[in-house]
Design a protein around this ligand. Structure first.
Ligand code: C2E
Ligand code: MG
Ligand code: MG
Ligand code: MG
Length: 278
């Protein structure tokens, strides 16, 4: 009980918390509603090879269009979906939709493009996760070699044995795995070596400071060395300006994603964008 000598402060504090809870409940109800009425959709952001300029992948990102037509950002509703368990069914829908989109891309002449799908730890912990994943693959006919799951580094650090066994089983399906937001989660090197992963995704915060001239500038370079040592590919997220891309090329990072190249786009726009480039 947060008690202060000042009654005014005390009631302000609790009213604040009550507001917060009410807001979460409202959002959760609205989210349930949005799922029923199919107001969730995916957008896709290209991932490019810095050497060739070719598109090597796209990341599927969830969007929610509210009743007023405004987009509600994932950072606001995903925590609520995770807390309530709704993320399990949302995540299944994301996997099915993204797998179908991979097939669509292949049919439209882009069979090499990788589809990266974000997965939350709540999904991974769910006993049906592997089954949902393999069903998404088989129902869609997606090429598992073109499917990649993105798991945040901080999540991969939890429950080490469980996660590492889980990743082995995911890999057995032929799917690849990237550690998202890498550099923010304090992975131990020995644990990292044990994890069956393919790619490190350098967190955006390190890309924005890569041309700062400060000490933070060196972090992407360290990630590159780590990737080389462990035999992992490295991609940079959040590349916004050409100077950042140049700095990445200099340290040998040859894959990048960010507003400099393209914003996340709806499926039809993505196909137009891809065709216009080739
Ligand atoms: P993330 O997986 O790290 O995704 C990258 C985020 O950076 C995306 O934000 C993307 O739109 C944004 N971004 C890309 N390039 C740039 C850039 O150049 N500058 C800036 N400022 N931002 C850039 P978004 O779409 O808002 O997603 C936020 C987070 O929500 C994601 O971070 C991911 O953790 C989560 N998320 C999104 N979709 C899903 C999903 O389907 N399932 C789950 N579990 N999480 C998701
Ligand atoms: Mg991601
Ligand atoms: Mg990320
Ligand atoms: Mg991120």
């Amino acid at each position: 009980r947060a008690k202060t000598g000042n009654r005014g402060e005390y009631s302000f504090f609790t009213r604040d918390m009550a507001d917060d809870i009410r807001e979460r409940v409202r959002l959760l109800q609205a989210l349930r509603h949005a799922i029923e009425r199919q107001r969730l959709f995916l957008v896709y952001q290209p991932q490019l090879s810095l050497d060739t300029g070719h598109v090597c992948g796209v990341e599927a990102l969830l969007r929610w269009r509210g009743d007023d037509g405004q987009l509600i950002p994932p950072d606001r509703f995903i925590p609520i979906a995770e807390h309530s368990g709704l993320i399990v069914s949302i995540g299944e829908w994301v996997m099915r939709t993204a797998c179908r989109q991979q097939v669509e891309l292949a049919q439209q002449g882009f069979p090499q493009i990788r589809m990266a799908i974000n997965v939350s730890v709540i999904q991974l912990r769910h006993p049906q996760f592997l089954r949902s994943l393999s069903e998404a693959l088989s129902e869609s006919g997606a090429d598992p070699r073109c499917i990649e799951l993105e798991i945040t580094e901080s999540v991969a650090m939890l429950e080490a044995d469980f996660i590492s066994r889980m990743l082995d089983q995911i890999k057995a399906l032929g799917i690849s795995i990237a550690l998202d937001d890498f550099g923010t989660g304090f992975s131990s090197l020995s644990y990292l070596r044990r994890l069956n992963i393919d790619r490190l995704k350098i967190d955006r915060s390190f890309i924005s400071s890569i041309t700062s001239g400060g000490r933070a500038q060196r972090i992407p370079e360290l990630v590159m060395q780590l990737g080389q040592t462990l035999g992992l590919a490295v991609i940079a997220e959040g590349v916004e300006v050409a100077e950042q891309a140049a700095a990445l090329s200099l340290i040998g990072c040859n894959e990048a994603q960010g507003y400099l190249y393209a914003r996340p786009m709806e499926s039809r726009m993505l196909l137009d964008w891809l065709r216009a480039r080739t």
